[in-house]
Design a protein around this ligand. Structure first.
Ligand code: SDX
Length: 429
């Protein structure tokens, strides 16, 4: 007998089907609630609302668990790499060597940009926000790849996915080079994904940039850790836009805009701004924490807290260890890392944070790694977008392939004025 939940409203009772997930998560299926009762539900910020059933990523916020297609993030961080994890997220299984070679070849084949796209960068003023440039040029890919405005089969999806994965990195590097007035550096035919990005970012026409292998590994790990995260704000946006039938390029361009916000992907920039401000003003950690706790200041401890994790974000633990490893290998110290570690230690002892289950999230330490690799501060959130691209692609396609894909269109509770008549202009106050 399928599980149901009884909803009693006055003398009316409604039995709602209960959906049970792989890990025994339970959800009330309210898809017929309004038809049966005239009621809708209300859930500001969707903290209690499942938008879909998905087989891609699983998070247990209380246990601090994150799995891509069932594989724990700790195992992927130790044994896998970004491109292999991207393949796993998009196509559901770890690739065979042949599949990995074919995917890697596709990424190499599509990593260059159409010459006309390069001129798009000339139209942006210097100091343009890199996320604005990224979103605009990703959307422009719709113009240069009209054959993918409609994706009807697996082959065209694979081609479109490979183009996006390959080009997002090139677009990011070109926007950085253009902003600095540097000549763009073409992708290197022999360099793999992450090393090639650093090549396009930092090589010069007269000298190739040779990053420390530890830096490449740290960046690749960071991209892997950002690859997907259930129905976060930007992924939910990609699904929302895709639900109208909009093409994949337009959908991920919208995802970039959602990720930009400081409460979401923009937090990795906000964390470094916060740490640098603490140092600049010579504020003690204890005083800063007091400022955060006094709500009148409107200050948040950026990089702390999460809508789902009410325990450690497993990614932040892995990133913190990688920070320490890459700095040790480069024989460098970063005062911001030491400050972040001091902030974490004080906050985790403070009832304000403990009572609200506020722990470091993925953004708290990621900026330190990016600084160690030499990625400029302005590009931090762009790096998050490059990492999240496979997740957006996978989630968009899962929604598109659903048995009965529906246009996303939430309802509302109206609290505006009751009906009233029009007042002619000469009769208004
Ligand atoms: C990402 O969803 C995802 O999966 C996102 C992400 C992904 O991979 O896609 O994990 C990536 O976006 C990580 C989050 C990055 N953002 C930040 O680090 C910004 C700082 N954190 C927050 O603003 C906040 O924690 C959110 C936005 C992340 C979550 O906020 P919620 O779930 O809406 O919680 P809330 O704002 O209702 O806060 C609950 C309480 C409040 O206090 P009270 O009203 O109970 O007294 O906790 C307080 C908040 O004031 N609080 C914080 C805080 N975060 C929450 N207080 C100080 N500092 C903070 N960072």
């Amino acid at each position: 007998m399928p599980e149901t939940a009884r909803l009693q409203m006055g003398d009316k009772a409604v039995d709602l089907p209960v959906v049970v997930g792989t890990e025994d998560e339970r959800a009330l299926d309210i898809s017929t609630l309004r038809a049966q009762t005239g009621y809708i539900t209300l859930d500001d910020g969707y903290g209690n609302t499942g938008a879909c059933q998905s087989a891609i990523t699983f998070i247990d916020g209380e246990q601090g668990i994150l799995r891509y297609r069932g594989i724990p993030i700790e195992q992927l961080a130790e044994h896998s790499n970004f491109i292999e994890a991207a393949y796993l997220l998009i196509w559901g299984e770890l690739p065979t060597q042949r599949q990995l070679n074919d995917f890697s070849d596709l990424l190499t084949k599509h990593q260059a940009l159409h010459e006309a796209i390069r001129h798009h960068f000339d139209l942006f003023p210097s100091n343009s926000p890199p996320m604005a440039v990224l979103s605009a040029v990703l959307n422009a890919l719709s113009c240069f790849n009209p054959e993918f405005l409609r994706i009807d089969d697996e082959n065209s999806f694979q081609e479109a996915a490979a183009r996006l994965m390959a080009k997002v990195r090139t677009i990011a590097a070109y926007s950085y080079r253009h902003d600095r007035g540097y000549p763009t550096i073409h992708p290197h035919p022999d360099k793999k994904y992450t090393a090639n990005f650093l090549h396009m970012m930092f090589s010069q026409p007269y000298k190739d940039y040779e990053p420390d292998p530890e830096q490449v590994r740290a960046l690749d790990l960071l991209l892997l850790l950002h690859a997907d995260h259930e129905q976060n704000c930007s992924t939910a946006t990609v699904r929302m836009v895709g639900s109208s039938g909009a093409n994949l390029f337009a959908s991920v361009a919208a995802g970039v805009c959602a990720l930009w916000g400081p409460l979401h992907g923009g937090a990795n920039v906000a964390v470094v701004d916060m740490l640098e401000e603490i140092r600049r003003t010579k504020t003690t950690v204890k005083d800063f924490v007091q400022q955060v706790k006094d709500k009148r200041n409107g200050i948040r401890l950026m990089g702390f807290g999460h809508r789902v994790y009410k325990n450690f974000d497993p990614r932040s633990r892995i990133i913190k260890k990688a920070c320490e490893a890459v700095l040790a290998k480069l024989q460098r110290k970063d005062p911001l890392l030491e400050l972040a570690e001091e902030l974490e230690a004080v906050a985790l002892e403070d009832s304000y944070f403990v009572d609200r289950k506020l722990y470091p999230n993925v953004d708290f330490y990621s900026g330190t790694i990016l600084r160690a690799i030499g990625i400029p501060h302005s590009m931090f959130t762009v790096m998050f977008a490059i990492g999240r691209m496979p997740g957006w692609i996978a989630q968009w396609y899962e929604a598109r392939k659903a048995a009965s894909p529906r246009l996303h269109r939430p309802r509302q509770v109206y609290i505006g004025p009751a009906q009233r008549s029009y007042t002619p202009l000469d009769k208004r106050g």
